[in-house]
Design a protein around this ligand. Structure first.
Ligand code: SAM
Ligand code: F3S
Length: 444
């Protein structure tokens, strides 16, 4: 293709998928001149990077496919690909349901996209590759390029926890950590490009166990300290971690490493020990609270966010009250909370479930209202404080204003010039207007 190819790519689901989408663009860009487009009608390649964590997300893909399918009749050269977790779970069923799809690839085979596309064009046959070639993916990705002040670095893939409700271990495979030196090299390259904020990514980052050059394995606490010790790194985040592996070593890192932000996303799912056991989460509500108590002892300003599942099979009113109690006791700034969605092939999908959809919806509403009130209190408590902010964008509402991200992951709007994009500045929080923090820059 001599002219520049246009790529339309749509991402569903988690940050890991957003990371994978960036990598898909990188691998395709390495082989050809490529331009991104927001309009599927003008694209040469249409890719869907899918999510199967809940049924709604999964079905959305098929309705989106149904919309782009007819474009192929107008332009037979158009290439349509499906990647991500739905691809991994469904494989060639996708081609059966949507015969106009050309390539199906999983989260672990996205680096093979150029070859799959070439094979599709050469053979005239749709291509499906949803294998799990271990960590091969990371060895075949082009070096990260970025112009923003913040970047993601994946440190591990997959999940070996097999919570009874979740498809991820089946779609992304078991936990595999990248070697320590590979992660450090990625971070060093980003820092050399001026990136000050690094977010370490993985399904369970604190399960990280990476091979070290001296033959030993190093854990997540070691990795965090090594990255924080790099001069150019100004701020360090990670997502997602699991309560089961929130070790004392990791709590100690919060005490010793100021570059590690005072925000932790620690999914709890439920406050009922009975439900936690049925979910196979590997901790009790008390153990979760004990971790938070220890973390807050060394980081009093720690802001917590979490994931909740409401209406897990057999959840009683009493179980739900235990979740409400946990939320009241701990205090959260935000939650990703959803009604349980049965996923084919997972153990929970076989469990009897007598709670009505109406009851589940009412519980979800109550939970979300409580977290919203807590969130408002967190924001109100910040008014008057001075916060370190990474300037991320020009504000959506007012071009004279900037939007920056705080240590605790909230955003604040304040007056400033575009020259500050990608830089860290100190901002005094002056007000909370509706749900938005406002501030003014502090000149020191
Ligand atoms: N690693 C994380 C952890 O420690 O739990 C979770 C990753 S999972 C992909 C993201 C979130 O999706 C979960 O925390 C859970 O709340 C939600 N989730 C997963 N399966 C679900 C299901 N079947 N129904 C509703 N929500 C689900
Ligand atoms: Fe899913 Fe549980 Fe792993 S929620 S991603 S199986 S920790």
């Amino acid at each position: 293709m001599n002219r520049i190819a246009k790529l339309y790519i749509k991402t569903y689901g988690c940050q890991m998928n957003e990371y994978d989408t960036e990598k898909m663009v990188d691998v395709l860009r390495a082989g050809t001149q490529l331009e991104l487009t927001e309009r599927p009608e003008e694209a040469d390649i249409i890719l869907f990077n899918t999510c199967s964590v809940r049924e709604k997300a999964q079905e959305k893909v098929f309705s989106d496919l149904g919309r782009v399918g007819p474009l192929k009749k107008l332009r037979p050269d158009l290439l349509i690909g499906v990647g991500g977790c739905v691809a991994s779970q469904e494989g060639d069923v996708i081609i059966k349901r949507a015969p106009y799809v050309d390539v199906v690839f999983g989260p672990q085979t996205l680096h093979r996209l150029p070859e799959l596309i070439a094979a599709r064009r050469d053979s005239g046959q749709p291509q499906v590759d949803i294998s799990f070639p271990e960590i091969e993916k990371f060895d075949h990705l082009p070096a990260a390029q970025t112009s923003a002040g913040s970047a993601f670095v994946a440190i591990m893939e997959g999940c070996s926890k097999y919570c009874t409700f979740c498809v991820v271990p089946y779609t992304r495979g078991d936990e595999v950590s990248r070697p320590f030196a590979d992660v450090m090299k990625d971070v060093a390259e980003l820092v050399a490009q001026g990136v000050g904020e690094i977010t370490l990514l993985g399904q369970n980052v604190n399960a990280y166990l990476g091979e070290h050059e001296d033959g030993d394995s190093v854990d997540f606490a070691f990795l965090l300290q090594a990255i924080a010790a790099l001069d150019g790194v100004q701020r360090l985040r990670f997502t997602t971690s699991h309560p089961k592996e929130m070790t004392q070593r990791l709590i100690d890192v919060y005490a010793s490493t100021p570059k590690l932000v005072s925000h932790l996303h620690l999914p709890v799912q439920s406050g009922s020990d009975r439900v936690l056991a049925a979910m196979k989460r590997g901790y009790t509500a008390l153990e979760y609270k004990s971790i938070i108590r220890k973390l807050r002892a060394v980081r009093p300003d720690l802001v917590l966010t979490s994931d909740f599942i409401v209406g897990f099979p057999g959840e009683t009113e009493q179980d739900f009250e235990a979740t409400i109690k946990l939320i009241e006791d701990v205090g959260f700034d935000m939650s990703f909370s959803f009604v349980y969605s049965p996923r084919p092939g997972t153990p929970a999908a076989e469990m009897p479930d007598e709670v009505t959809p109406e009851v589940k919806a009412a519980r979800l509403k109550r939970l979300q209202e409580l977290v919203n009130r807590q969130s408002h209190a967190v924001a109100q408590g910040m008014v008057g404080s001075v916060q370190r902010v990474l300037v991320e964008n020009v504000s959506r509402r007012d071009a004279q204003e900037l939007a920056g991200r705080l240590d605790n992951n909230r955003t604040v709007n304040f007056a400033g010039s575009t020259g500050m994009l990608g830089r860290f500045v100190d901002v005094r929080i002056t007000a909370l207007e509706h749900h938005t923090l406002r501030g003014e820059m502090v000149t020191l």
